[in-house]
Design a protein around this ligand. Sequence first.
Ligand code: ADP
Length: 767
Amino acid sequence: MYLPAVPLRGTSILPGMIVHFDVSRDRSRASLERAMREDQRVFLVTQHDPNTEDPDINDVWDVGVIAFVKQVNRLPRNMVRVLVEGMERAVVGSFEKTEDYILAGVTPTGNESMDIFPASMKEAMLRSIKDLFTSYFTQDHNISRDVAVQIMESDDLEYVLSQIAINMPLPYERRQIILEAISVEEQYEALGILLTNETEVMAIRKELQEKIRERVDQNQKEYLLREQLKVIREELGEDTTLSDIDNFREATKKLKAPKEVKDKLYEEIKRFQNLPGQSPESAVLRGYIETLLALPWDKASRDRHDLIRAKQILDRDHYGLTKVKDRVLEFLAVRQLTGNGAGPILCLVGPPGTGKTSIGHSIAEALNKKYIRLSLGGVRDEAEIRGHRRTYVGAMPGRIVNGLKKAGVRNPLMMLDEIDKVSSDYKGDTASALLEVLDSEQNSHFEDHYIEIPVDLSDVLFIATANDLQTIPKPLLDRMEVIEITSYTENEKLHIAKDHLIPKQVEKNGLKKRQLVITDEAIADIIAKYTREAGVRSLEREIAEICRKSARKILEEGQKKITVTSENLEDFLGYERYSINPVNDEDEVGIVRGLAWTSVGGVTLQVEVNIMPGKGEFKLTGQIGDVMKESAQAGISYIRSVADAYGIQEDFFRNNDIHIHIPEGAVPKDGPSAGVTMATAILSAITGRKVRADVAMTGEITLRGRVLPIGGLKEKLLAAKKAGIKTVLVPEKNRNDMKEVETEITDGLEIVYASTMEDVLGTALVS
Ligand code: ADP
């Protein structure tokens, strides 16, 4: 059949639907007029693309609906509003555009008879579509109850299908799908899919909405509760806590820190808020929050990379130390080239007062880094490094984290002072905690027990100092690049005093440069008679003392200028404290001068041996370590093996006791380097041959009398020179080390190299 057609844009009409729509296109209006003139029937078919202005058959869907036009209303601007009722589906066959309207050739598809289906099949379809509809309807409340009831009460499958399709609010494309389903079976299927789909979508949507609502509710609830709490607290006079909480929140918001840290902070602030203000837990938690807020998580200072400036600063602050400075500069250069971190840790090793800390300070200044000093001396408890868990009363973060907090930036220079003095006890392993701090592989997430969140130490520049290499735990030593600083000579001390210590102390004590003069002789006397040290710490103290006394004199006695000389030194510092331990006046039997190296520098030590009738026993007294005892025994064995050559009786060692004593000094001495000294003293005591009083010696001894090299040569020679020794016996194998010793020290000393005990005895014994 042929019917005037109206193409629809963005809508699709099903049989049974009664709808309004507006018509504006001329052709469509003409089609309508034509229909009204005939039997009021039009063919309505939906365009694929609503924007097509003048559609052809290809621009519309295959199936449309034959509709009855119930009403036509003219609107302004040539628009027409129509009310139509869909009658039946029809497939479009042709689409002919006449002069003014469209004539479509259509074939109505009126539903085929349902009788071909078995009743049970129909029943099954009916029930299942009703089931689907029920679950859909319980979620979507756009369908009126009455309609729903009508649908549910009907037994007519076709009616049910069409009513559901008509009443479901669907986008027109979906409705078109139903329209295109021509047979009942197809309609059933299409609608089934649609219902299932829609139900699912709605369920998901509902779930999402639920979640959002919950969240909003929760926030609202919290807000209300918080407001109430505020009022309660204010009533109780605890309003301060509240502003603290606000401050904490504010500070957290502003904090430059990883998300992890902020989350933790918010969590803890929330807990804090709910604790009563006066409770101990609240105080603990407050401390914790404040600590987290004070740590420099992502805050860093800008480093300066200027080696020339670094050299200038090192030179400005330190006299001498050329080698040390060179190595520091090399270290800095490598660090700059390789980028931060990763490299080894610098460790400055040397006696106290030799400028280790002070060099660290200069490095910090050169790199423009914050400087933090941690003294590790006497740290025995792992918790001092790693902190206590918060459950402890009075828990605190460890020293490292505390240092970081003090620095206020994540990349300070941290001086680990006296790393050789850490020890481990039952409270855990301090060294391994330190290892974690220093190891670049591990320290990017250092775990402090108190902080709980890993702290990144990888940008911290660690510099360690130590007095003695021997006592640094081995695994720590492996991670460090050691730079040794040796004792200063008297001349060096003199320069340091003149160029650095005196100006520093003069200024510190509020004096003017011209108000105080200390003559070179006076300085030399201070060094020699008032201090005994490898470094310059006591020297600085004595100078400070002079400055204080001078300040008083200037104020009290009105003196304009004070000059300190050797003569009036006593007025400032009192009687001289040390007299140099001079060489013995006479050559003696059984007494030999040895040289030892201790953590405070070189010392001379006197070895005394007495022989007395007895049962062949051997006794060692004085401040002596185990290694020293063993080398004494090696000495004795050696002497027994050469007894013949020195005319010692066979049974001598059976009938006599040997007593070795090392007097002088509370300084504990250990190490093998007194071997030759002890052997010489014993042999002298046994044979009764005298030992030269102006000879000192150092060297390790083997059972066969070979002399092995020793360490700390410079310090030992310095001590020998101070003691007025003329000849020093040094192991042959140390000959190369002598090149490193300044001539200032060796001048006036006769150095004799010994490779065997015979060489030693040849020089030391008075012939
Ligand atoms: P350490 O850390 O080795 O025990 P310090 O760095 O504390 O020694 O040094 C003690 C004092 O001596 C400091 O005031 C330091 O500036 C000064 N000092 C040490 N060596 C030198 C030097 N070579 N030149 C100038 N001053 C020095």
